[in-house]
Ligand binder design. Structure first.
Ligand code: ATP
Ligand code: MG
Length: 560
């Protein structure tokens, strides 16, 4: 993280939406109403988190309201599972929507009557052109389109045809309802856009009631108007749709006049933020599900051990601008580490265990040592049982006693080492198996060194973590790393799946943790000393089968 980023995090980022709202409030606007309008066709990701923080955060800031509205106009890709997951994610982030959850589909009757209104006013018609013909008639950016031969149908005919489309008399693709705007408009969205398509599909909210479904453009602005939304914030790709949004608001008997504003999408390197691609990762089994801890989904981040607070802090640190940007993953991770460093309880775990026998400590005895839960904050103390048989990490021992004290601050034969929150010990020997692998390290403790300096000449090389082999508990630890090993996985040639990091997941089943940890509630986060931050798995952790996920390392190891 550069200085610049640190500054950005500390100062208020720019937000042009807030500037607009403040002007509107000065000019007499009474209440700010926003909405977060996901389509329930996948789980929410970090990009959506930014939109959630912006919409709900703005409503909070100006004492307004924010609706949660499912933009469910396309039944083929939508599902109740996604509706439920989205509600859970928004709540988890800490936001409350105003009143009940809204559904675009609950306005379908109104939309239908507004389509009839447009027909009566001569502003819409039923068109029988096939998809190919329609695209030919549409022209392209530099070539004006030409009018559909069905454009001049009478209002009476159009009303009748629309009704019959609705009752399922016609085949899918045989007819559409279009707005009558301008086939020569330089804005392609205004070239008689489609309002309704025939789709004989069951809908997760309305069942089989409808055989026609409105297009996004014929729904979104009207939904905003029905709900009294004042500032309808969406991402930049909708800028070209704004004239159409305004055309509908102008030509329909809507109860209020919302305005659309576009801001830049959040993109983060080393990941993808497209629901379609995330769905592909899930469907093809590249990850264990939408909430796999490697996924940039809100539920994945949650399971990984990111806190809602950290995700919000990150989103709030980003400027709300009129250009798309790519944010460095390291910047996001800075917020994750900062939050965990402040709040995670300290604990010890041994991930790659090697027996350490304290030969001058009596067998069967347990000495109850204590250690602070947090080095700076007052979070109480924890009990650390010390026994003759301990586990240390294999990587903390080296047989070469000539290794310099400066370079190898770990245990070597004949030298001293501090056991974290416990004694200074001196390595005295090892036991090896037939293959020559070390199976036990033997050491002696120096009496009186718990919390005290050792006598002259016994200065430890460093500090290492440990767990009692007889009082500690065995646990499964899942280590996750970034899912993609290139900065822009979905850019350039080839498939984004080719850029999956093959080492993004490792499971270790013979890890050892302090005994108290197995009773941790799921989703409790820890800093395992010297190893990184970990979380008790939301779904699979229990006292009988302790499972911890690695959230993030203590330091950024991806820096170039
Ligand atoms: P995706 O491209 O992942 O499918 P989407 O835009 O189609 O996303 P919606 O469910 O329509 O997904 O999005 C709900 C809201 O979240 C919209 O207002 C959308 O603009 C916003 N949003 C989606 N992705 C991002 C992003 N990367 N950054 C900021 N806002 C986003
Ligand atoms: Mg969308």
């Amino acid at each position: 993280m550069s200085n610049n980023d640190a500054n950005n995090a500390a100062t208020q980022p720019t937000n042009f939406i807030h500037q607009i709202i403040e002007q509107d409030l000065e000019q007499g606007l009474e209440k700010v109403v926003t909405r977060f309008p996901p389509e329930p066709n996948g789980y929410l990701h970090i990009g959506h988190a930014k939109s959630i923080c912006l919409n709900f955060g703005t409503a909070e800031k100006y004492n307004g309201e924010c609706n949660l509205r499912f933009d469910d106009t396309n039944p083929s890709k939508e599902d109740q599972e996604y509706v439920d997951a989205i509600k859970e994610d928004v709540r988890w982030l800490g936001f409350n929507w105003a009143g009940e959850v809204r559904y675009a589909s609950s306005y379908f009757d109104t939309f239908y009557s507004w389509a009839q209104h447009l027909i009566r006013e001569g502003n819409a018609y039923v068109c029988d052109l096939s998809a190919e013909q329609a695209s030919e008639y549409r022209g392209w950016a530099t070539k004006p389109g030409k009018d559909s031969p069905y454009r001049e149908r009478s209002a009476e005919d159009n009303l009748d045809l629309l009704e019959r489309m609705k009752t399922g008399e016609f085949d899918e693709g045989s007819k559409v309802l279009r707005a009558k705007i301008d086939m020569a408009s330089p804005n392609m969205n205004l070239r008689d856009p489609i309002l309704y398509r025939i789709r004989k599909e069951s809908h997760h909210q309305t069942g089989d009631k409808w055989c026609i479904y409105p297009n996004y453009d014929f729904a979104h602005g009207q939904e905003d108007a029905i709900e009294g939304v004042t500032h309808s914030v969406c991402t930049l790709e909708f800028a070209d749709h704004r004239p159409l949004y305004e055309w509908f608001i102008e030509h329909l008997p809507v109860p209020s006049k919302p305005r659309q504003y576009e801001f830049g999408r959040l993109n983060i390197n080393y990941t993808v933020t497209s629901k379609r691609k995330l769905k592909q990762l899930v469907d093809e089994g590249h990850v264990s599900g939408w909430n796999d801890p490697r996924m940039p989904t809100i539920s994945g981040m949650r399971r990984r051990g990111y806190s809602a607070r950290a995700v919000r802090n990150f989103c709030d640190s980003l400027a709300v601008a009129k250009t798309d940007g790519i944010v460095d993953m390291a910047q996001f991770e800075f917020f994750i580490r900062e939050d965990l460093n402040d709040n995670a309880a300290r604990a010890m775990s041994v991930l790659n265990p090697l027996k350490l026998i304290i030969t001058n400590f009596p067998e069967g005895e347990v000495e109850r040592l204590t250690a602070p839960v947090h080095p700076q904050k007052d979070m109480g103390t924890r009990e650390l049982p010390f026994t003759r048989e301990l586990y240390m990490d294999r990587g903390d021992y080296n047989e070469d006693s000539t290794l310099s004290r400066k370079k190898f601050k770990k245990l070597v034969p004949g030298d001293f080492m501090r056991l974290r929150s416990a004694y200074v010990i001196k390595a005295t020997g090892v036991v090896k198996d037939d293959s020559g692998e070390i199976t036990e390290v033997h050491a002696e403790l120096i009496p009186g060194t718990v919390g005290e300096n050792p006598p002259e000449g016994m200065k430890p090389r460093g500090v290492m973590h440990w767990v009692s082999a007889t009082e500690g508990k065995q646990a499964t630890v899942r280590v996750y790393d970034r899912l993609f090993n290139v900065e822009a996985p979905d850019k350039g040639e080839g498939n984004f799946l080719d850029n999956i990091n093959p080492d993004s997941f490792t499971e270790m089943t013979n890890c050892w943790v302090e005994p108290g940890l197995v009773n941790a509630a799921p989703e409790t986060t820890f800093q395992f000393e010297r190893e990184g931050y970990f979380v008790a798995d939301r779904f699979e952790h229990s006292a009988q089968t302790p499972v911890f996920n690695k959230t993030i390392g203590l330091r950024d190891t991806w820096k170039k």
